[in-house]
Design a protein around this ligand. Structure first.
Ligand code: BG6
Length: 513
């Protein structure tokens, strides 16, 4: 997108008081410098399904720097080239163009070795130096750790042994993927291990939900429009629901998922990040420091509301259907023990101890094998307190919904008078569908990789955010440890009955899945 296209799309840009628009121009106009990007674990699942396709899409749209090289580091590189091509044809967003692929493939280099093999890291170092000389580059490197977290420290230590973590000329950045630990203590150790080798400003933690356009639009809607912010507080908001429902299960992912569960997998990171964006104050600047400062304030004021037996719910899918196809329950899937206590559904209630939010419950739920795939944030406003008894009875809830996916957009539910005699109020909705207004958005990984190359850390959670989020989730995980196995719910349903009770106790109901 060119700067003038941005200005057209974000009319505030450059105008007086157009802080949001101005920041967007800053982000998009800045071009990446020549760089070599190393992906550790290039033949792994994440690299094949997300990273390589995103890099191809960036190449397709001309967003990679001219002097870009990709170095894949893996234990086994024998048929890596074929695998990489296949991953691009299968998963890229844009159509496969042999010319784009050929020119990218020429810039892909492979280094074979294990993550604790110092000789392999010395070969990597030599290869990077050779690419710098060949292309006249100044030694800017991104190290993408697409490896299980148990290898983070090993890879970082090897990079340090070979001196690859620092440079007198170029810059060095390291990218890590969640999970950032298993709980607060392990997350802190991970933070220490990374910061032993790289300064905090060089560490990019990926939370791919922050790369989704609709998620970024939360801030645009709140702060680029004057009409919502005056209502954005406990005087006008009754409660907030954050839902991430998936129709698929965890078949084939037992190695990662068993013992992790829904709360660690997505609530600790994606969903608490959404909460932070919904609840934070307007930042002084829409840049990495400004946004992180406000998110940290909100997360540090966020606390579980109890009693947990009533304000939380936990479930594990049993047999049922996945997209109308009969499927077995988790305990019968390969890799999961029959008595697995791993939850595939989790719901909790949090409050935010600030003047703006005191008394407003935030209900958060996520689950696998639910009735449909959806991710959304629904802000329910307090019903009117004035008017005749009849109009009060007829009032409907005003709900503002951010539809993150699918069908990303924004909808506002209001009440309207039904035509004819009397005052019969009917819920109706006003909607905005991003796809009908804007060009197709880039995939989250395209945006995030592009930002790493440019050195823009705005969309990457900081260590403090990660640690505050663990402080929210840890007490619930501890509580569940003493509760035995989770309640079974039918695959294809809307989750366990305890989740319904959790809300009905507060005289509210979850939005229908
Ligand atoms: C990942 C989780 O972070 O997000 C997965 O580990 C989950 O369990 C995935 O399926 C969902 O991502 P998206 O973008 O499809 O909503």
């Amino acid at each position: 997108m060119t700067v003038s296209e941005v200005q057209e799309r974000y009319p505030l840009a450059g105008g007086s008081g157009g802080v949001v628009g101005a920041a967007l121009i800053g982000n998009i106009g800045q071009l990446a410098e020549p760089v070599s990007m190393v992906i550790f674990g290039i033949t792994g699942d994440l690299a094949r399904k997300k990273l390589l396709p995103a890099i191809y899409d960036l190449a397709h749209s001309g967003q990679l720097p001219a002097d870009f090289d990709l170095v894949g580091f893996a234990r086994e590189t024998a048929d890596a080239e074929t695998q990489l091509r296949e991953s691009v044809t299968a998963y890229a967003r844009t159509p496969f163009d042999p010319e784009v692929w050929e020119s990218l493939a020429e810039r892909i280099h492979l280094v074979q070795g294990s993550f604790d093999d110092t000789a392999a890291f010395a070969r990597l170092s030599a290869r990077l130096a050779e690419l710098d000389v060949r292309r006249g580059k100044s030694g800017n490197y991104v190290f993408y750790l697409s490896v299980p977290p148990s290898f983070f420290a090993t890879v970082c230590d090897q990079l340090a042994i070979c001196g690859l973590n620092r440079s007198a000329h170029g810059w060095r950045r390291v990218v890590v993927e969640k999970p950032f630990g298993h709980d607060l203590a392990s997350s802190q150790s991970l933070g220490v291990a990374l910061e032993r080798v790289f300064p905090p400003s060089s560490i990019y933690r990926i939370d791919h939900y922050l790369g989704k356009e609709t998620v970024q639009n939360i801030l645009a809607l709140r702060f680029a429009n004057g009409m919502f912010e005056p209502l954005w507080n406990n005087r006008h908001i009754d409660h907030v629901q954050i839902t991430m429902a998936e129709s698929v299960g965890v078949t084939g992912r037992a190695g990662y998922y068993d013992g992790v569960g829904a709360a660690r997998d997505v609530i600790q990171n994606h969903l608490l990040q959404l909460l932070a964006l919904i609840a934070m104050e307007e930042p002084v600047a829409f840049d990495a420091d400004g946004i992180a400062a406000e998110k940290i304030k909100v997360l540090s004021a966020t606390e579980l509301l109890g009693p947990l037996a009533e304000t939380s719910a936990r479930g594990q899918y049993g047999a049922g259907v996945e997209n109308d196809v009969p499927v077995p329950g988790l305990a019968d899937e390969a890799g999961f023990p029959a008595d697995s206590a791993t939850e595939t559904f989790a719901a909790l209630t949090v409050g935010i101890a600030t003047r703006r939010w005191a008394g407003v419950p935030f209900f958060i739920r996520t689950g696998k094998r639910l009735a449909r795939r959806t991710a959304e944030i629904a802000v329910t406003f307090t019903p009117p307190v004035h008017g005749s008894p009849a109009s009060r009875a007829a009032a409907v809830s005003n709900v503002l919904v951010f539809r993150v996916q699918p069908d990303d957009g924004i909808e506002l539910h209001i009440g309207a008078k039904r035509p004819g005699g009397g005052m019969h109020i009917q819920p109706v909705s006003l909607g905005m569908d991003f796809r009908s207004v804007f060009d197709p958005a880039p995939e989250a990984y395209e945006r995030l990789i592009c930002d790493v190359l440019r050195g823009d850390a705005t969309l990457f959670p900081r260590r403090e955010e990660v640690e505050w989020s663990w402080k929210v989730v840890d007490p619930l995980l501890d509580y569940w440890t003493g509760c035995g196995r989770p309640e079974t719910y039918r695959s294809g349903s809307s989750g366990p009955a305890s989740a319904e009770r959790m809300l009905s106790r507060t005289a509210r109901a979850w939005r229908t899945l």
